[in-house]
Design a protein around this ligand. Structure first.
Ligand code: COS
Length: 396
């Protein structure tokens, strides 16, 4: 079992410790039997719906939404989101994915929509009855959000949306999408707006399902004359870029938390292997090179946890922007989890690359986290800009 001592750190309070214990027990009694049943990837869409139902019935999806609309905390509690992602990821990448998308997919609504839209879309997300998605990326704009080409034009009391979104998680199974489109208030970043679009809106089609190394529902969406009511715009016209960034600020630490969950599992697997496996007449962990790998991994895991829970705590205690802290948490936790998992595969030797071995699964699961919600290179730019801004401010 992974080291639980981080739960005593001052970033967390008793409610978090209770949540961690409750979730751990649920994972052992409910999630693990489902994951171990082995048919998780036979019908991916059905598994995701089943996991969503399970997470909803257990009350965990309520953490993805504010209390006024069926959630647990008055505002999204980032430490709870991180704890949940970290724990689910330890047991199942797919379970973590399903939970994460309820938060990211509805986050812009929670933060920026008016009460009527919140009341319409959030309670179903909290209950695990409506599946949410976040549609930002396009074929020509991933890291450069200001290059978004999808357009939304006002036509009477509706918006008409045209364009293509790709790599959309939950694409094809979501009930609702938060979509970012160019509304033309200005060039670049200042001319985008966010909308919520029901999945069954005429003019919205799933053009293609996308297969990736760690399978989860992913699709390209086409918007062709897709009309939504004027009231489905989230926030002011032209505020879409900032809304996307503010949403990502909250969810980037949770990506770090998921990476932490994968890394914790990998270290547990590697530790078990190094204690069981005999080499040169002694347990594998007697070899100093193996100790070096275990030591570096344990260090990386604690450093990641410190950055993840520092970012989450800063947001929860009311810091207006955690852009820098969130970028550091995501960057460090995802990059170091990749290294921890790679070492675990190495410690397993040939068995580590066998299809079906847990460390082989983790090796595939971790890769996308260094890319989605802002690639590692973007996080470095964000951190450097914040650093330079601080330096300029200090100089007056
Ligand atoms: N919160 C609120 N506002 C923010 C913000 C944040 N986190 N980050 C930037 N802004 C504001 C800026 O303050 C600026 O406001 P003003 O126009 O009033 O000055 C505006 O947004 C534009 O910011 P900036 O000039 O930094 O925009 P860039 O186009 O240079 O964007 C990066 C830079 C690369 C950092 C940004 O596009 C990004 O994070 N890209 C990655 C996107 C991503 O995560 N994609 C994955 C899709 S989801 S899987």
């Amino acid at each position: 079992m992974a080291d639980p001592s981080f739960l005593d750190w001052p970033f967390l309070d008793d409610a978090h410790r209770r949540l961690a214990a409750e979730l751990e027990a649920w994972c052992e009694s409910e999630l693990l039997p489902f994951v171990d049943s082995g048919d998780l990837h036979d019908d991916l869409d059905a598994s995701c719906r089943r996991l969503l139902g399970m997470l909803g019935a257990a009350g965990f999806t309520r953490y993805a939404v504010p209390a006024a609309y069926g959630g647990v905390h008055e505002a999204l509690d980032v430490r709870s989101l991180c704890l949940i992602r970290m724990t689910l990821a330890y047991y199942s990448g797919l379970a973590d994915f399903v939970f994460a998308m309820q938060g990211l997919g509805s986050g812009t609504i929670s933060l920026f929509a008016d009460d009527r839209i919140k009341a319409r879309y959030l309670p179903g997300v909290a209950a695990g009855e409506r599946c949410a998605a976040f549609a930002l990326t396009e074929p020509e704009s991933g890291s450069d959000v200001s290059a978004t080409r999808t357009r939304a034009e006002r036509d009477g009391d509706e918006w008409r949306i045209d364009g293509t979104k790709t790599y959309i998680s939950n694409g094809g199974i979501a009930d609702q999408y938060v979509v970012f489109a160019r509304t033309g208030e200005a060039e670049g970043a200042r001319g985008l707006s966010a909308f919520v679009v029901d999945a069954d809106t005429p003019g919205l089609e799933v053009a293609e399902r996308i297969d990736v190394i760690a399978p989860h529902p992913l699709a390209t969406l086409e918007f062709n004359g897709c009309r939504v009511p004027a009231g489905n715009r989230l926030g002011d016209g032209g505020s879409g870029f900032k809304a996307a960034m503010a949403t990502l600020d909250i969810f980037r630490p949770t990506v770090g938390a998921a990476a932490l969950g994968f890394a914790r599992r990998a270290l547990d697997e590697a530790t078990g292997r190094s204690r069981r496996r005999q080499l040169f007449g002694a347990p594998l962990h007697d070899l100093q090179l193996v100790q070096g790998m275990l030591g570096e991994s344990a260090l990386d895991i604690d450093a990641s946890a410190l950055l993840v829970f520092r970012a989450a705590w800063a947001k929860d205690r009311g810091q207006a922007r955690i852009t820098r802290e969130a970028a550091m948490a995501k960057l460090y936790a995802t990059e170091s989890a990749q290294a921890v998992i790679d070492k675990a595969v190495q410690i397993f030797g040939g068995d580590g690359v066998l299809a079906g071995n847990k460390v082989e699964e983790l090796y595939r699961e971790i890769r996308a986290l260094r890319i989605y919600e802002g690639a590692s290179e973007v996080q470095k730019v964000v951190i450097a800009r914040a650093h330079l801004a601080q330096a300029a401010e200090a100089d007056g």
